[in-house]
Design a protein around this ligand. Structure first.
Ligand code: ZN
Length: 603
């Protein structure tokens, strides 16, 4: 039967005060008292955020005023009444992130999870959304960008939009303002790139690169799952982040990361930005449609637990850079450098020896998304290790099947089995698909990789693909790995280190002391501010330099403030770990390895 739709109207009522007004009208409220609620979290970001905290006023009417009360932190209930019932409320929107809502005199942005109440019992009904412009001549040139289906609004215009149900409504973020807009087609699908914020981007190059990327990803799965797609980009002085949606993505980047006209080189920042676009676009298949069972449907009122985020974030992280290579946007050297960064990041996480990726995924709500000073020692990232598990799985499949099967085949099987059917992936479903597609016995591989804390056998796997993996000590705190040392390797080995990380800023405030490091062994703690090393004034900028000339086992006297108390520590410096990874094409590899390498990365 056809249900009457839920009507939403959203008005940027006061951009100076960062206030949206939302009016939700339903024809037939629950006779026992209609409940409305706002989500506590937004899919893709596994943290309880309690969006109801930004609601500043509520009022219900059904011909006359209807009493409305809160019954828990996120839920309002109206007194029993006859419809139509209208709930009107304001939302304070001052969170300039991809996860929330933001409104000022420059632009407006919202995720549905921040602004649209869920009409309890009517979540499956179609939604009609009227998006109003703010009042005032200064906003006359504002436009609207969203992948929401239009239902009367002109392209990029204010007016009426629609969604099939609440789930679809809140999966289509909306940007409004005087944004830059560029369009292209990939795989027969129209794509928009919308950029908010001041920038001087070369839109021709950006759309050309994104077209190559999107075409490559559609080619991998064999079909695009959406009818159109929108990249919603906010360019800032500094910033980085992205969130995936079924037909769009929200991205934040530094404006310098965008390519400039007349500057054809591939900067590291632009390469990273393209990697982010690649990542979020891949999610249109992997996590938006190939979804863990725990997300079908999303219960936005509480945590949704899954041990599978390694597959949804890790596999996606593996493919994001690999697809840049396949799309011809980066070189093989670039790709091996990026892989080197990822391996280095993992090796510098002592927590990898304490937490498995399955545990990291399950506890994302309280650990990965709520990292504290002990996080590097206690947890492992299901992104970083997950990406390397995907790499190891891909190489294992290719090696075990004589290049017949790769992770691509597993992804296509997952797409057919779960993505196209809308069925959730049960725990163990990815592992089963890998087995079914390849015929290989992968039980011990997955047991170790997903549920264990031993390091992955990457050196041996790379060797079978004609890649040398070497580990060296970091040559400075800024050394991310991926490249051969610019100095004599022996110099790096002679460095003496404290085994800590500092907070950004001028002073040498300790963010983390690392398990097994000199600072922790001497009693230094996160929060301590180091002010002197062997009697010489220390700050964040010179701490590394102050330690030059010392060798491992030298003892230095460190003065530091803990709160307001001056403390003295005798720190026995340690040698830096061999935790910096460099990958290179092997000269000595046999024909079979070279053949595998060619199938994998084309080298
Ligand atoms: Zn992701």
């Amino acid at each position: 039967m056809d249900y009457p739709p839920v009507l939403y109207r959203i008005i940027p009522i006061d951009p100076c005060a960062h206030l949206f007004e939302v009016i939700c009208t339903i024809t037939d409220p629950d006779p026992a008292g209609q409940r409305f609620s706002l989500p506590t979290w937004i899919p893709g970001s596994y943290l309880i955020r309690e969006f109801a905290k930004h609601v500043v006023e509520t009022e219900a009417t059904a011909g006359e005023r209807v009493l409305v009360n809160k019954i828990d932190k996120s839920t309002w209930v109206c007194a029993p009444c006859r419809g139509p019932l209208t709930l009107r409320y304001q939302v304070y929107a001052c969170d300039l992130s991809v996860r929330g809502a933001h409104l000022d005199t420059i632009h407006g942005f919202f995720n549905g999870t921040s602004v649209f109440v869920q009409v309890r019992g009517q979540e499956h009904r179609p939604c009609v959304i009227d998006i109003d412009p703010p009042a005032g001549a200064q906003y006359a040139r504002w436009r609207v960008a969203s992948a929401l289906a239009r239902a009367g609004a002109q392209p990029y215009g204010f007016g009426r939009y629609r969604a099939q149900d609440y789930d679809e409504l809140v999966d289509h973020p909306v940007e409004m303002g005087e944004f830059a807009l560029a369009s292209f087609e990939a795989g027969g699908i129209p794509h928009d790139v919308v950029i908010t914020g001041r920038h001087r981007a070369d839109l021709t190059r950006l759309t050309r690169d994104l077209e190559a990327l999107c075409r490559t990803e559609i080619g991998l799965f064999g079909e695009a799952p959406m009818a159109r797609y929108v990249f919603l980009v906010t360019a800032l002085g500094e910033g980085y982040g992205g969130l995936e949606h079924r037909a769009s993505t929200c991205l934040i980047c530094g404006r310098d990361a965008l390519p400039r006209p007349g500057r054809p080189e591939m900067s590291e920042a632009y390469r990273e930005f393209l990697g982010l676009c690649s990542h979020e676009y891949f999610h249109a298949w992997n996590v938006k449609r190939i979804r863990p069972q725990a997300f079908v449907p999303y219960d936005l009122s509480r945590e949704a637990y899954t041990r599978q985020l390694w597959a949804f974030e890790g596999i996606t992280s593996y493919y994001d850079d690999l697809l840049l290579l396949r799309a011809g946007l980066i070189s093989i050297d670039d790709y091996l450098e990026l892989l080197g960064h990822t391996i280095t990041r993992l090796l510098r996480t002592p927590g990898r020896q304490r937490q498995s990726v399955a545990e990291s995924s399950f506890d994302a709500w309280i650990k990965f998304y709520r990292q504290d000073e002990n996080a590097p020692n206690a947890i492992v990232s299901y992104y970083t290790k997950g990406a390397l598990i995907a790499l190891a799985l891909d190489l294992t499949l290719r090696r075990g099947t004589n290049n017949r099967i790769s992770l691509d085949d597993v992804m296509r099987a997952l797409w057919q089995r779960y993505g196209r059917t809308g069925q959730g992936v049960p725990e163990g479903g990815v592992e089963r698909a890998a087995h079914d597609v390849s015929g290989l016995d992968l039980a011990s591989f997955f047991a170790t990789a997903l549920h264990g804390t031993d390091d992955l056998p990457l050196v041996e796997l790379f060797a079978a693909f004609g890649i040398d993996m070497a580990l060296r000590p970091a040559e400075s705190d800024a050394d991310k790995g991926g490249k051969r040392s610019s100095r004599d390797e022996a110099v790096g080995a002679q460095r003496a280190v404290l085994g800590l990380r500092l907070v950004e800023g001028q002073e040498a405030r300790i963010a983390h002391t690392l398990t097994g490091g000199a600072a922790q062994a001497a009693g230094l703690s996160a929060g301590d501010v180091i002010i002197a090393v062997d009697g010489l004034k220390a700050n964040r900028g010179n701490l590394e330099k102050l330690l030059e000339g010392y060798v491992p086992d030298d003892v230095v006297r460190v003065h530091a403030f803990r709160r307001d108390e001056l403390m003295t520590f005798d720190v026995c410096l340690r040698a830096p770990a061999h935790d910096t990874c460099v990958l290179s094409l092997s000269d000595a590899s046999d024909p079979a390895s070279r053949d595998r390498r060619r199938c994998w990365i084309g080298a």
